[in-house]
Design a protein around this ligand. Structure first.
Ligand code: SAM
Ligand code: SF4
Length: 335
């Protein structure tokens, strides 16, 4: 369906848990993590019902996320349930990769189409500093297995930090040179703990890679569901992608909504505005009522984020949107 600004909304990011087996510094606190009780998290049947109703509204692609989606028991079962929904063309996953190797066979058998693996550095010491508790060997094993199976499109997501050496990004880009994977650099967004960390812009990363690998060529074809801009470097098997949400706002082409693990339909990452679908699901609402609620919410999707803290174009009143700013952590919203 189209929203009030004429954007076609066809992509839903579905968070299956707020829990995680890592504690990335810009995403979660080190201690004192307050997890939502299991009873408040949508069941697989509830998620599939919302996605089925969403497909009637034009949702075609679903990305499973979290927290870490692979810590939710039985995820392949959900993948299969969603793949079986009429109208759903793609079910994909974003994961830190730690548990990917052991679950890969079942995920592929269930029909998973693609996986994004978050790896901010290949250096163990740096990886441990950023994730606080992770082993890069586990994430790398997940990546190797995903590439080797030959059945998935594989991308790496990296959020470059200001205090990490540019060399790190030169080494990460080598994965795209040597393997059939795309390596994407995502600008740090001022969400949750992300507000406390300085990142590197997409332009800066391209500058670093250009010095090492030569002149990048813009790749004009669309890859995946998102707003990434892609480049190829001479001799690279995969592409380099930039997701520059902060330096190059792409809200005018935004195609997505989010379902949080607690069953709230969220229209924009930066706003706390959401519709509580769980109450409807658990109070006997029929599909028509849920569909109409989703339709109205999607139609009202906000025009744009305000990561740059600017006053919105439509209004002189900054407080109008500042009151609605999301204050939760990325793992709680579903990144
Ligand atoms: N645990 C999974 C993972 O790490 O891929 C899925 C959830 S995680 C929240 C999804 C993505 O959001 C990861 O690539 C992570 O690096 C990114 N992320 C988390 N906080 C962010 C922030 N403030 N700005 C930009 N990206 C962020
Ligand atoms: Fe976990 Fe992903 Fe957040 Fe890291 S970015 S703490 S892996 S949810």
């Amino acid at each position: 369906m189209r929203d009030q600004y004429g954007r076609t909304i066809e992509y839903m990011r579905v968070s299956v848990t707020d829990r995680c087996n890592l504690r990335c510094i810009y995403c979660m606190p080190e201690t004192g993590v307050h997890c939502v009780p299991h009873s408040e998290i949508l069941t697989f049947d509830e998620i599939a019902r919302v996605c089925g109703i969403g497909s009637g509204l034009g949702i075609r692609k679903i990305k499973l996320t979290g927290g870490e989606p692979l810590v939710r028991r039985g995820l392949p079962e959900l993948v299969k349930m969603l793949k079986d929904l009429p109208g759903i063309e793609q079910v994909t996953l974003t994961s830190n990769g730690i548990l990917l190797k052991e679950q890969l066979g079942n995920l592929v058998a269930a029909g998973l189409d693609a996986v994004n693996i978050s790896i901010d550095t290949l250096d163990q010491e740096e990886y441990r500093r950023i994730t606080r508790i992770g082993d890069i060997a586990d994430a790398a094993a997940g990546l190797e297995a995903a590439v080797a199976c030959g059945k998935l499109r594989v991308k790496i997501n990296c959020v470059p930090l200001r205090d990490v050496s540019p060399d790190t990004y030169i080494k990460l880009a080598l994965l795209a040179r040597d393997k059939n994977v795309d390596v994407r650099f995502i600008e740090m967004m001022p969400i949750g703990f992300g507000k406390e960390f300085a990142g590197r812009s997409g332009g800066e990363i391209v500058g670093v890679l250009r010095e090492q690998y030569g002149e990048p060529e813009i790749y004009n074809k669309k890859i995946g569901n998102g707003p990434a801009e892609y480049f190829s470097f001479p001799g690279f098997k995969g592409k380099i992608g930039l997701i520059s949400a902060v330096s190059h706002q792409f809200c005018s082409t935004c195609n997505r909504v989010r379902l949080t693990s607690e069953g709230a339909l969220k229209l924009c990452l930066q706003y706390n505005t959401a519709v509580d679908l769980r109450s409807l699901l658990r109070s006997g609402a029929d599909d028509d009522l849920i569909r109409e609620t989703m339709r109205r919410a999607i139609y009202e999707k906000p025009a744009c984020h305000h990561f740059d803290n600017a006053v919105p174009g439509q209004s002189d009143d900054a407080s109008e949107w500042q009151e609605k700013i999301e204050t939760r952590e990325m793992s709680q919203i579903g990144g």
